[in-house]
Design a protein. Structure first.
Length: 468
């Protein structure tokens, strides 16, 4: 059925005006004043509300297996949570098992993503740069719609590649119109610090942060930029958390190098103080990179304002705090004896949009246009999804969020739709709330009611990445 959104304040990265939007057959058919429509149209009154393009979160790990753990959200539960949070497009990380080829991993990923309720694309993690892997990159970009790759400079023996492999992969990605995403931390030095801490019996969750200092992120970001510059390939630094890293990105961008970066809500709003929580509570905040001290936050906000940071995404990588009812494989409790065994990652897909609205627009005076840009438009552009996703215009997908900019509410994990059992932001009061969400014209969220269904999400074959 067609949908008409009446009288909303339409905000994109460049527009801000009141009009009606008619969505027909999944796409925006008409935008205009006082649209006159026939009978078979679902009407949504948006008077007093913002109408935003559906959020685009380009960093999630749904139904992901690691060597020791498994994320708790399936594509069904994770995308439902995303929709309740105003996010209608995800680009999720497909991670091959050790020894598995990227194309085979993508087949497995497709089987898992069949339950998605919003549209999803895939980034491919590369565990090596062997000839077979490099050969598959072309197929992935040209024939599978996977136009971005992620490599790790951390986790030696598990995910880490050496600089030569990183450089080779960047060169092939760049030549194929693909973006290279990098997890930038100096993995070898971190491993030395972790081994040292464990040997000294320093095993509480806070040592996760103390063994991954910001300087080792800054160093790796700088190195990744040098390699990308040499490879003449676009680079995207994922989950940037530290002032040193941002300085390296800023310096490179000022020289005209195609370097881009995202940060995440937890780095903008939380600090290493969380690691002082009593007992094992601090394990909830064990993610990589770790939370930094307060001083980094002002730099990240500055970066978002000046476009040295282009994107806020979540790194939604949810593991339950409790062992029950899902079992140890899904739980932080694995690391109760040692921080080194705590599954790394935290949830966030459901709270990104309202948190960033409250922090950026309400508290930091960011323009609504820039808010839309960092949460929808820029990620869509950088990852080959624009203009289908990330804006509101005739012909684009009818992914829309009706957002009340003044309603106050409180984050409670108990009211979330993710399967995870905690929120990093429990009890935080926000101004601004998602009221309705449409996916390709179909209303899937109406207040607290879920109207979508598992499997309605489509696979996004992305075009070339790396353009902004
Ligand atoms: N990197 C991620 O991007 N997510 C979870 C853990 C990690 O190291
Ligand atoms: Zn990472
Ligand atoms: Zn991640």
């Amino acid at each position: 059925m067609a949908a008409l959104i009446r009288n909303g304040r339409i905000v994109t990265a460049v527009d801000d005006y009141v009009a009606d939007i008619l969505v027909d057959d999944g796409r925006i058919a008409t935008i205009g004043l006082h649209l006159d429509v026939g009978g078979d149209v679902e009407i949504h009154d948006a008077a007093g509300l913002l109408v935003l393009p559906g959020g685009v979160d380009v960093h999630t790990h749904l139904d992901m297996t690691t060597s020791t753990a498994h994320t708790i959200d399936t594509f069904g539960s994770g995308t439902r949570a995303a929709a309740f949070g105003g996010t209608t497009t995800l680009v999720d990380f497909c991670t091959p098992l050790p020894g598995q080829s990227p194309l085979s991993a993508l087949e497995d990923w497709h089987r898992l993503r069949e339950t998605a309720c919003v549209d999803v694309g895939a980034h491919m993690v590369l565990l090596d740069a062997n000839p077979g892997t490099l050969g598959e990159m072309h197929t992935l970009v040209r024939h599978e719609g996977v136009s971005s790759f992620k490599l790790f400079m951390a986790y030696p023996g598990v995910l880490m590649v050496d600089d030569g492999a990183l450089f080779k992969a960047m060169r092939v990605a760049g030549a194929n119109g693909a973006m290279t995403c990098v997890h930038a931390e100096n993995g070898s030095v971190i491993q030395a610090l972790v081994d040292e801490a464990v040997a000294l019996g320093l095993k509480a969750p806070k040592y996760h942060a103390l063994t991954r200092p910001a300087i080792l992120e800054g160093e790796a970001v700088h190195r990744a930029i040098c390699l990308a510059e040499l490879a003449e390939a676009p680079l995207y630094i994922v989950h940037l958390s530290a002032a040193q890293s941002l300085a390296a990105v800023t310096e490179a961008r000022d020289r005209g190098i195609a370097v881009h970066a995202e940060t995440c809500p937890h780095y903008l709003f939380l600090s290493a103080d969380e690691y002082e929580r009593p007992g094992f509570e601090a394990a909830k905040y064990v993610m990589t990179p770790p939370l930094r001290d307060h001083s980094h936050q002002a730099h990240l906000w500055r970066g978002l304002k000046t476009d040295d940071l282009q994107v806020v995404s979540t790194d939604h990588c949810p593991f339950c705090f409790s062992e029950q009812p899902h079992g140890m494989r899904y739980s932080k409790q694995q690391g109760v004896e040692s921080f080194a065994r705590i599954p790394n990652g935290a949830p966030g897909v459901e709270t990104r949009l309202p948190l960033v609205f409250d922090g950026a627009v309400v508290k930091h005076g960011m323009s609504l246009n820039r808010f839309v840009e960092i949460t929808a438009t820029a990620p869509a552009k950088l990852f080959g999804l624009f203009p289908k996703k990330g804006t509101i215009a005739v012909g684009t997908d009818g992914d829309l969020v009706l957002f009340d900019p003044v309603e106050r509410w409180t984050i409670r994990a108990g009211e979330h739709h993710s399967r995870v059992d905690y929120s990093l932001f429990e009890g935080r009061e926000l101004t601004g709330r998602v009221k309705k969400v449409l996916v390709r014209g179909q209303c899937v969220v109406d207040g607290t009611r879920w109207l979508g269904r598992d499997g309605m999400g489509q696979y996004l074959r992305r075009s070339e990445s790396g353009q902004s």
